[in-house]
Design a protein around this ligand. Sequence first.
Ligand code: ZN
Ligand code: ZN
Length: 296
Amino acid sequence: MSHRDDERIDLKGAIPFALMHLACLGAFFVDVNPVDWLVCLALYYARMVGITAGYHRYFSHRTYKVGRGTQLFLAALGGAAAQKGALWWAAHHRVHHKFSDTAHDVHSPKRGFWWSHLGWILCKRYVSTDWDKVKEFTRYPELMWLERHYLVVPTLLAIGCFLVGGWSMLFVGFFLSTVLCYHGTFTINSLAHVWGRRRYETTDTSRNNFILALVTCGEGWHNNHHHYPSAANQGFFWWELDISYAVIRALGVLGLAWDIRTPTPRALRHRLIQKPARRRVRASRLPVPAVGRDAV
Ligand SMILES: [Zn+2]
Ligand SMILES: [Zn+2]
C-alpha cells in the first residue's frame, strides 16, 4: 500500500513529539532518586489505564457505561498521557476496526511497521477529528473543551511533577513516563498485529501477546479484542492478565460503572483456530465469563 502526499511525516508538526523524547535525556544531567522512578512507574500505569480503560474500552468501544463525572475523569486521565483528546483518539480507532488491515485502515502494519507505530500520528492526514464518528459524545461541552485544550491536563501534570520533585521528577516522572506510555500504546497498533499468537480467525492480522498485555494493562490480547471488540475484557481467561478490566470491574463494584460487557459463551468458541491454553482445553469446556451480555 503506498502513501498519499498528506501521509508524509510533517516535520514541523513532529517537533513537539521529538522534543518530548529529547527531554528524557535531561535525566542524565540531574540526580535522579528512587522516588522519581516510582513516580515514573505510577504515572505510566495510571495513564495507561486512562488510555486503555478510558480512551479505548469506554470512548472507542463503549464496552461499559459510566456517569458523566466518571466519563470526564476517564477523559482527563487518558488526556494526561498527552495523546490528544479522547474523541480524536476514539474516532481514529473506530476507523481502524472498521477497515482493519485494508487500504482504509489508519495504521495497518501492512503499510510498514513504523507507519503503524508512529508514522500515521506524525502526518497531516489524521490531525483532525471526524466528529460524526463520535457524535454520541460531542454533546458534552466538558469533553469538547478537553478536545480543544488537550494540552492543559498534561501540562498541569508536568508542572506538578516539577513543583513536587524538581527537574529530576520532571524529566523521569513526567517526560520519560510519557514517552514510554506513547510507545507502550503504539505497540498495539504495530507489534500486536505482527507478534504473538492468533486464537480467533479474524479478518485482520491481530495477535495475542502476554508481554504486550503486561506493558499495556491487558491490551496485548489484541486478537481477542478484534474478535469481540465490544467486550470490556480483552483477556478472556483467568491466565490472560488484564489490569484494565480489573479496574473496570472495580469501578463496577464501586457503582461507578455498569453494563460491563463480556463475550457470550458462544462468541468465545466462535471461529477458534487454536487451543487457548498451554494445556489443551476442549472448546466446549472453555470457562463461561462471570458477567455476560450480548454484543451490539
Ligand atoms: Zn488492531
Ligand atoms: Zn479497539
